[in-house]
Design a protein around this ligand. Structure first.
Ligand SMILES: *[C@@H]1O[C@H](CO)[C@@H](O)[C@H](O)[C@H]1NC(C)=O
Ligand SMILES: *[C@@H]1O[C@H](CO)[C@@H](O)[C@H](O)[C@H]1NC(C)=O
Ligand SMILES: *[C@@H]1O[C@H](CO)[C@@H](O)[C@H](O)[C@H]1NC(C)=O
Length: 494
């Protein structure tokens, strides 16, 4: 008996040391892989799953490197991306974000686990079937599987401008993943009674962009069918009934998304591009959040940003000239500016080659016009910010993201529509802004640009985090009103 156990002890000791050694090797190799993430050590596809960021070409895996290159653009990533993945993972901390602090200082903060007590907000996310979210990206899971394990890419091109739904959902999904370091602004909870707000993971912009046309034999478009289904689903939920939907967050960034359901779901908080196509009782600043477009041009790294002297073009605009509604002003401006030597005012779509041209044009211009089109907002403003081209906003009805914490007058010029069309007004104004004044705005642009970057995993004070912070402020102000209203309500005493 004893010899038997003696015999079996040796191999087991051997096996356990073998396991120790191999675990050590595994850890070592994964650390090494992470460190060399930017080299071609791991197949690109694998790395992309681990690190999706605003400037990445993740969306076009077939394109080799950056789809286009400019003389002043290197492979260097913008400042905001400067935290190395390895550091972020090894720190395994979830930092409380604070809009006044810089990324670096947050990094130095002590290790903290982001749990539901530390987070500023707790969010419950509905387990909607995939047809509402990743199914729209062509993802098919196993039976009963709601969320993908590997993140399907969001379609590129113009779709990207409204991809906010995707970044927010990814961030919430990663809340449960201990390997992902993200700001501790919101944390996902799985019991809705513990939540401060409820997130509705419907990719409404993609649904509009991809599925609003009727296909053969269909009586109702997929986009409409999904919205009807969503309304039905929400109305049946106790979470919705509890506060009449007031604590629900619905992303409808494309101005035409949720067209069929917006009225019925109007009590919810919306994440929108602007209020242009909404009546005030359905969407307003009191309850809704304006989110930046995902810019289409490549972010200019701060260190490579052209200075005043290095930007030969005074004023840049590229876009469609004939728009419905508010767009008349574009034509008037065109006629005023078209003959100026240092003005680049062209009509053309930003799609396809347009993005490349815009990237180049904006990065070599001092001022970039943002003129009202058929909606008050457009991605052009965020393209200008990403290019550190001082935006000139000529759109009286525009609403700007995070304006309660950002003073846009520090890095944008606002011109009323009525003034802009006065002969000579605009050029006189812009030519009057000297190098020092312009440089001050340019410096400020480089400081704020990271607030407009969507990426996964999210970084402190990037666009995703800023949206969550805005939700937090909105919820506070809603609570405030709600509590005041309850002062003399004695129903709870009975
Ligand atoms: C962002 O994506 C680009 C392109 O995939 C990559 O080269 C870069 O390292 C990424 N940045 C970070 C911080 O992950
Ligand atoms: C999927 O869910 C249904 C209903 O809850 C259940 O009957 C079925 O067994 C599940 N299938 C799998 C593969 O888990
Ligand atoms: C959810 O939380 C509430 C309040 O904390 C609790 O009463 C309830 O039992 C919880 N539900 C589940 C399924 O854990």
């Amino acid at each position: 008996m004893s010899s038997m156990s003696e015999k079996s002890r040796i191999p087991s000791r051997f096996i356990s040391s073998l396991i120790t050694v191999s675990v050590f090797l595994l850890v070592l190799s994964s650390v090494f892989l992470l460190q060399s993430g930017n080299t071609s050590f791991i197949p690109r596809s694998v790395f992309e799953l681990m690190l999706v960021n605003g400037t990445s070409v993740y969306f076009e895996p077939h394109v080799k490197k950056e789809p286009f290159k400019l003389p002043f653009l290197s492979s260097e990533v913008p400042q905001v991306d400067a935290i190395k993945p390895l550091k972020r993972i090894s720190e395994s901390a979830c930092q409380v974000s604070d809009s006044s602090k810089k990324v670096e200082s947050v990094e130095r903060k002590k290790m903290m686990i982001c749990d539901s007590k530390q987070a500023r907000l707790r969010v419950f996310m509905y387990e909607l079937p995939p047809e509402f979210h990743f199914g729209l990206l062509g993802w098919k899971g196993m039976e009963n599987q709601t969320w993908p394990q590997h993140i399907p890419p969001y379609p590129g091109g113009l779709n990207l401008q409204h991809s906010i739904e995707y970044w927010l959902t990814l961030d919430l999904l990663s809340s449960d993943n201990l390997n992902v370091v993200r700001p501790c602004t919101v944390v996902r909870v799985h019991n809705s009674s513990e939540a401060d707000f409820i997130f509705v993971p419907f990719f409404s912009s993609l649904s509009y962009n991809r599925h609003s046309k009727l296909h053969e034999k269909e009586k109702v478009s997929v986009n409409k069918r999904l919205q009807d289904k969503l309304v039905q689903f929400l109305m049946g939920r106790n979470e919705w009934k509890r506060k009449g939907g007031k604590d629900h967050l619905i992303v409808a960034h494309h101005p035409n998304s949720m067209l069929d359901a917006r009225k019925k779901l109007g009590s919810a908080m919306f994440v929108l591009a602007d209020f242009g196509r909404y009546p005030a009782e359905i969407a307003n600043l009191g309850k809704d959040i304006i989110a930046p477009y995902r810019h289409l041009v490549t972010t200019v790294p701060s260190s490579k940003s052209a200075t005043f002297k290095e930007r030969p073009i005074l004023v840049y605009f590229r876009g469609a000239i004939y728009r419905k509604d508010g767009g008349v002003i574009r034509q008037e401006l065109y006629h005023l500016l078209k003959d100026e030597k240092d003005v680049d005012f062209t009509f053309g779509s930003i799609g396809g080659n347009g993005v490349r041209k815009a990237t180049q044009g904006m990065a070599s211009s001092k001022f970039c016009l943002n003129i009202a089109g058929d909606t008050p907002s457009s991605n052009r403003l965020f393209d200008a910010i990403a290019s550190h081209c001082v935006p000139v906003i000529i759109s009286d009805e525009i609403e700007l993201p995070f304006e309660d914490v950002l003073d846009y007058s520090q890095f944008c010029i606002f011109v009323r529509g009525a003034d802009a069309v006065k002969k000579g007004y605009l050029l006189k104004l812009l030519r009057g802004i000297n190098k020092d004044k312009w440089t001050k705005m340019w410096e400020r642009l480089k400081e704020v640009v990271h607030h407009f970057e969507y990426q996964y995993p999210s970084l402190p004070d990037d666009a995703v985090d800023m949206i969550w912070q805005a939700v937090s402020r909105k919820i506070s102000s809603l609570q405030f009103k709600y509590h005041r209203k309850k002062r003399y309500d004695r129903s709870q005493l009975v």
